[in-house]
Design a binder for this molecule. Structure first.
Ligand SMILES: *Cc1c(COP(=O)(O)O)cnc(C)c1O
Length: 250
């Protein structure tokens, strides 16, 4: 749990972090190493490390609004002229220390809440997606969500039917990463410091063009959300352990 400083890292993760502190790195090369390792483990196209999962949410939303556009990236959080509506089911408006709506608004986006707290159907999501200037659909996979569970795969398909990307915040569910990617989500966001037991960081996993657009936000609103060299090194070591973990046995 976050108030307890989340997980304890293994000795090999601790060694990787300590060793990284004494070295120079080209951060792009470290990020590329993480991307390759995540791709090998999950089959996803690409991945990048952020400061934490809350940062990953803000950056992922920014990426769906700006794409690779340098002028768009420099303009945020002013979204004039960009798609800026982010659809989120009412039961997915969770509070993990702040409201997820704050993470959406930080990018300059406008949250649009679909359905009610007790129920949000795929039809409710489709109705909300129709509006002009919609940037993406944001879903949450967590025991913090409320109401009748939503079929994430169907919700993702509804976004794709309108040609829009879908993001899943699965911060505490990295052990279910394959399942979350199998919904067809364009980006899945997980925490490095929760079950992965790495230093505090977030992982954005999914389509390479969107992952690249998330990284590019470091030239804009993402500057204060970037991962440190020691956290990326710790994530790499934790991913190596994860690669050899028998999840069913765990
Ligand atoms: C923990 C959590 C977050 C935030 O993660 P941080 O790494 O602390 O920013 C976001 N969403 C959900 C569902 C979480 O459980």
């Amino acid at each position: 749990f976050t108030p307890l400083g989340v997980s304890r890292s293994s000795p090999s993760v601790q060694r990787a972090v300590a060793a990284a502190l004494g070295e120079f790195f080209i951060i792009d090369e470290l990020q590329a190493a993480v991307s390759e390792r995540v791709a090998r483990i999950t089959g996803a196209e690409a991945a990048t490390v952020t400061h934490c999962t809350a940062a990953a949410i803000t950056l992922a939303i920014a990426a769906t609004m700006t794409g690779d556009s340098e002028t768009g990236i420099a303009q945020l959080p002013d979204t004039t002229g960009m798609p800026n509506r982010v659809i989120i089911p009412a039961g997915h408006v969770v509070n993990y220390g702040h409201s997820i709506l704050t993470a959406i608004r930080l990018a300059g986006a406008v949250p649009v809440i679909a359905g009610t707290e007790s129920a949000c159907t795929v039809d409710d999501i489709s109705h909300a997606l129709v509006g002009e200037h919609t940037a993406c659909l944001l879903l949450v996979s967590s025991r913090l969500t409320h109401g009748t569970p939503l079929d994430l795969g169907q919700a993702v398909a509804a976004a794709h039917a309108y040609g829009l990307p879908a993001i899943i915040d699965g911060a505490a569910q990295d052990l279910r990463l394959d399942e979350l990617l199998a919904t067809g989500a364009d980006l899945v966001l997980i925490s490095a410091q929760k079950y992965l037991a790495a230093p505090t960081a977030g992982l954005i996993v999914g389509r390479s063009n969107l992952v690249r657009a998330c990284r590019a936000q470091e030239r804009g609103i993402g500057r204060g959300m970037k991962a440190t060299k020691e956290s990326i090194a710790g994530v790499l070591a934790a991913l190596e352990e994860r690669e050899h973990l028998d999840i069913a046995a765990w």
